[in-house]
Design a binder for this molecule. Sequence first.
Ligand code: XUL
Ligand code: CO
Length: 439
Amino acid sequence: MSYFNEIRNIQYEGAKSDNPYAFKFYNPSEPINGKTMEEHLRFGVAYWHTFTEDLSDPFGVGTAIRPWDKFSGMDLAKARVEAAFEFFDKLQIPYFCFHDVDIAPEGSNLKESNDNLDVIVAMIKDYMKDSKTKLLWNTVNNFTHPRFVHGAVSSNNADVFAYAAAKVKKGLEVGKELGAENYVFWGGREGYETLLNTNMKLELDNLARFFHMAKEYANEIGFDAQFLIEPKPKEPTSHQYDFDVASGYAFLQNYDLQDTFKFNIEANHATLAGHTFEHELHYARIHNMLGSVDANQGHPLLGWDTDEFPSDLYATTLAMYEILKNGGLGKGGLNFDAKVRRGSFTPEDLFHAHITGMDSFAVGLKTAQRLLDDRVIENIIDERYDSFNHGIGKDIVSGKADFHQLEEHALTLSDITQPSGQLEVIKSKINQYLLTTFA
Ligand code: XUL
Ligand code: CO
């Protein structure tokens, strides 16, 4: 059975194409600095937004019209798998990602949920044999069900801790079964509402105990996926323990988990934390902690997680600049943790949204590679910090200078000359590169 009958395989047709079902900039086989575009970008479809999401919001019911709507229960789960692999194939997407509850309905207890999962996982495994699409990562949803109202492994209730851990145990087994390259932990309710009823120290210690147990179990079953933590500052709890990369890194170091994890960085989570996307990527990169990316964008006027498909070429360029500087994402990829707008409810919109996201990152990749080749940003930064290459600056960096020497030097200074920061020059250069990459 076909779910997207009318739609043919999406091909690269170039910047001048007016076919809405073609890539304009994403040319999977095009080589860029020794790798193909497909190898650089490692795109993934998020199962939850594309196959499970109904597009409801806090003020209105779902609007999505989906060819699998007529099914329910396990039949619905199976129809979604069929539709998903047709979608992956038509889009030539190399990866997908899911939570346990996206692919199979929860039963009335853990055993029933696991049984449902087993059926769908076997079906997915079968489909993967004939598809080029692989599993970038899986995770479990430890935040939607009311049992997680006070948190999952940071809950006050030890039974909930056990239940959440058991779901992750199953998640690791599923990841191994399907050859997942990464395993993601997003602490949807790992935080707190108020200190008036919270033992923060116990919750943080328990969170760390759980991460150590997860790694031990992955080792026990021989699941060698890269473990990823996905920071988010708020939503749903007011204080999330994995606020941003810097606080997440401090937590990992504090509990000796820094070698076990890297970060899965989401653009819209970065902006909610008051950072730019590139700040979070950069902070992770310089600490060798950049693992994978949830590729989306927030709305500049809305203060919540709008999970839009990426279309801002400036943002994709600066993101790809960080990713190229990182030497790529290794086992990670660019997962579209993004949904179509509530008004874009047709099945066709799912294709348009992914095409837009893939083209936007292709533009970012090519532009960023050109900026790097010409050392546009590097030259400006090198020059700006040149004072640390000689004289007193060199002594500071080499560790030779002490307060006596610094005072002696400062006493010789009358006028300190400063070079311009040249921000406007850099922005004009980036515009120039953006507009000429495909010209
Ligand atoms: C929620 C979010 C999640 C994670 C996986 O804000 O980003 O979808 O990516 O649980
Ligand atoms: Co995400």
